[in-house]
Structures are given as structure tokens and as C-alpha cells.
Design a protein around this ligand. Structure first.
Ligand SMILES: C[S@@+](CC[C@H](N)C(=O)[O-])C[C@H]1O[C@@H](n2cnc3c(N)ncnc32)[C@H](O)[C@@H]1O
Length: 258
């Protein structure tokens, strides 16, 4: 569930949100059973956690709890209001870092981590740029992936959470290219996008980086408002079938050898 902050004035962050570590009240809440019901605050224009978020969250929790390899250091790219980071931070033993380019998103993550008593290190920046040189056991990302009318991406505003360039792959491909540089040996990338963006393209690109990739979860989902508004354009460009108003959401898992 997502709710908007009541008074926009209080949701507009100071000009710069510094990197911050939210203090941890103890004990940490259990991850399982609470993950799909995190009551998240979010500022205006911040992405509301939704079906793609929670599909990815399910895989994330399974990976954190079931992996025989250590999954301690977790990095979220494109964190939004922090849903996935907060889920990861609810699993005992994790150290979670979250990156987003939007100040409002980071402020929402910061507020949610504080309210829920979960510790998340926050960085503002472009994908993995703020954490270059660091290593993570797990990288998780729900990047913007809705195809747009032209190739340019917004530099501010609510559509920065959705717009993914002509084929929706601009940020998806960048996550695939940048994640391996911060993945520890044996580490794992979890990435969600729409099948409209091309699942085979994702798997091939990951393989090109030497990662062993597969589809970890998928589900059919009715178009949300942004896809619905662009349905005609998507039809004209042959990205969807005529009359198609559902998409398949796909979580891809890619493992680095080690
Ligand atoms: C689809 S939302 C996902 C939010 C959240 N992870 C979730 O699943 O609910 C995508 C997020 O990516 C952020 N974003 C867009 N471009 C970015 C970039 N170049 N670097 C970091 N974050 C970016 C947006 O601000 C937005 O919060």
C-alpha cells in the first residue's frame, strides 16, 4: 500500500539530501509476511510501489533467505520510496545501500526507513556511480522501462521513474552494464522489466557480461496508466499487438561466477 504525504511542503527535501545512514532501532522486523504490506510514504512524483516492485520483492526475499552463498551486502539501484531496500533491510544480517537520482525519492526512502526502523544507506546519483569501487553480493533494480515517443529521458519530474527511451531499454541496459562492475564474485543481479522491452535481449546482454542469467519470475499484468496512455504509440511501433492492454512483467536473475 502506498499513501501520499499529506502536506507537500513537508515532503520537499532540502536542496541536497546528504548520504545518510538511518539508525537501527532493534529488533529488526521479520522479512517474511510483512514484505507486501509495507506502508510506504512517498513524496509527490515518487513512484508508487506496485506489481513490478512486489514481484521483484518476492524473488529478492527468496534469494536472500535461500541462497547458499552469502547475500549480506545489498545494493538497490533506482530505489524510489525504498520498498525493495526496506524488504532487504528486514532480513537479518543484511547491509543495504540504495541509490536514486531523485531527491524526493531519497527523502521518501529516508522517511520510510526511519518509520520502519530499518537501516538503509542512501546515495543520490546516477545508477552505480555513487558506489563505484564497492562490491555487493546482491544488486536489485526496478529501473524505468516504459517506451517513450523519443529517445531523450526526462531530467526531473514524475516521468523520470517511468520513461525508458524508445524501446524502454535505456536504463535497463545501463543497469545490466554497470551492475557487473559492483557485483562481488558469486554475486547476483535481480532486475524487473516488461516483456515488451525484450527478455531475450536482456538475457543475451547479461551473458555478454559473463553472467549466468535466467527468468526467476513472471506475471501477466493489466497496463497501468502510463502504458495505457502510450498504447496507441506502442501498437504503431509494433511493440505490442493491436488491442493488447496487458503486459508480462519479468524478473531476471543473473549470477556472477565465483
Ligand atoms: C520504476 S521506479 C522504481 C522505484 C522502486 N524501486 C520500486 O520498485 O517501487 C524507478 C526509479 O528510478 C529512478 N531513476 C531514474 N533514472 C535514474 C538514474 N539514472 N539513476 C538512479 N535512479 C534513477 C527514479 O527516480 C525512480 O525512483
Amino acid at each position: 500500500m502506498s499513501i501520499s504525504l499529506p502536506t507537500p511542503r513537508t515532503t520537499v527535501p532540502a536542496p541536497v539530501v546528504p548520504d545518510v545512514v538511518v539508525p537501527v532501532p532493534t529488533p529488526l522486523p521479520a522479512a517474511d509476511g510483512t514484505r507486501a504490506h509495507l506502508p510506504l510514504l512517498r513524496g509527490p512524483g515518487v513512484y508508487p510501489a506496485q506489481r513490478d516492485t512486489w514481484l521483484l520483492a518476492d524473488v529478492l526475499v527468496r534469494e536472500l533467505l535461500d541462497s547458499p552463498l552469502p547475500r549480506t551486502r545489498v545494493l538497490e539501484l533506482c530505489a524510489g520510496a525504498g520498498a525493495l531496500s526496506l524488504v532487504a533491510a528486514g532480513v537479518p544480517g543484511t547491509e543495504v545501500t540504495a541509490v536514486d537520482v531523485s531527491r524526493r525519492a531519497l527523502f521518501s526512502s529516508w522517511a520510510n526507513a526511519g518509520r520502519l526502523g530499518r537501516r538503509v544507506r542512501l546515495h543520490r546519483g546516477d545508477l552505480a556511480a555513487p558506489v563505484v569501487g564497492k562490491q555487493y553480493d546482491l544488486v536489485v533494480s526496478n529501473p524505468p522501462y516504459v517506451p517513450t515517443a523519443d529517445a531523450s529521458l526526462p531530467t526531473h519530474g514524475a516521468m523520470r521513474a517511468f520513461d525508458g527511451g524508445l524501446d524502454g531499454r535505456t536504463l535497463v541496459d545501463r543497469v545490466i552494464d554497470e551492475a557487473p562492475r559492483v557485483l562481488a564474485p558469486g554475486g547476483c543481479l535481480l532486475l524487473v522489466h516488461s516483456a515488451i522491452n525484450g527478455v531475450d535481449t536482456t538475457l543475451a546482454r547479461l551473458a555478454g557480461h559473463g553472467l549466468d542469467a535466467d527468468v526467476a519470475a513472471r506475471c501477466e499484468h493489466p497496463f497501468g496508466p502510463v502504458f495505457t496512455a502510450r498504447a496507441q504509440m506502442l501498437e504503431q511501433r509494433g511493440l505490442i499487438e493491436p488491442g493488447q492492454r496487458t503486459e508480462e512483467l519479468v524478473v531476471v536473475r543473473a549470477r556472477r561466477a565465483g
